[in-house]
Ligand binder design. Structure first.
Ligand code: HEM
Length: 194
């Protein structure tokens, strides 16, 4: 994964547990460097090792660590210059969800080794939607749940997410059902973005 993701994990730990915790997590993960180049691509194993070391440090299962980090990531990455790409798709959760593939494709222009996820959104008549999540990687479905809650928080909405199918030898992707509990609470921006 790009260093930006590992830096997001580092910032999250520094904000919540401090520099000694980060040092100890890096030691457990067997890493020599305590910082990452945001725009360089690193072996995925580093990110998975960091998650494992955070599990040992906090006593939380990997699914909780991934989900908590996913929610944090949207705020963290949204504050970077890439955040505007996410907001380009529209003001609502659904619009931004539908724009995720375009957003990751645009990021690919600056990060050529990116292996972005891919999403398909099927909206249902009752306002809920089915989300198909495709990835080259395994085990990140809990992070997607956190990411979705983080996205809803950004648009001032509140959602319920249930995973309804799990990627396995028989199924090539994960599937989620999403219900929107509260529609946009934030004031809508005008065309001029004011
Ligand atoms: C401004 C906001 C965002 C930025 C800048 C961003 C950027 C990135 C970057 C750099 C990666 C690492 C991929 C790699 O190194 O190969 C990544 C991965 C990922 N992103 Fe985003 N992202 C954003 C928001 C979101 C949101 C809102 C979602 C979903 C709701 C999402 C879903 C994912 C997933 C699931 C991965 C893991 C890769 C995989 O599944 O294989 N991202 N993103």
């Amino acid at each position: 994964m790009y260093g930006m993701v590992n830096e997001g994990i580092r910032t999250f730990i520094l904000d919540n547990h401090g520099p000694e915790a980060w040092q100890s997590i890096c030691e457990t993960a067997g890493l020599e460097e305590l910082e990452f180049e945001r725009m360089s691509s690193y072996d995925d194993a580093i990110t998975y090792k960091l998650v494992g070391a955070i599990c040992s440090f906090t006593g939380l299962p990997a699914s909780d660590v991934l989900s908590i980090f996913g929610k944090y990531w949207v705020e963290y990455a949204g504050a970077s210059h890439f955040g505007n790409l996410m907001r380009l798709a529209g003001n609502s959760f659904i619009e931004q969800l539908k724009g995720l593939d375009d957003m990751h494709d645009r990021i690919l222009l600056s990060m050529p080794h990116l292996k972005p996820p891919s999403f398909e959104v099927d909206q249902k008549d009752d306002g809920s939607c089915i989300l198909h999540y495709y990835s080259d990687r395994d085990g990140l479905a809990p992070m997607v749940i956190g990411l979705l809650h983080g996205l809803a928080k950004e648009t001032g909405e509140s959602i319920e997410v249930n995973q309804v199918a799990v990627k396995s030898e028989q199924a090539d992707h994960d599937i989620f059902e999403i219900r929107i509990l509260d529609t946009a609470l934030k004031p809508m921006r005008t065309e001029a973005g004011i």
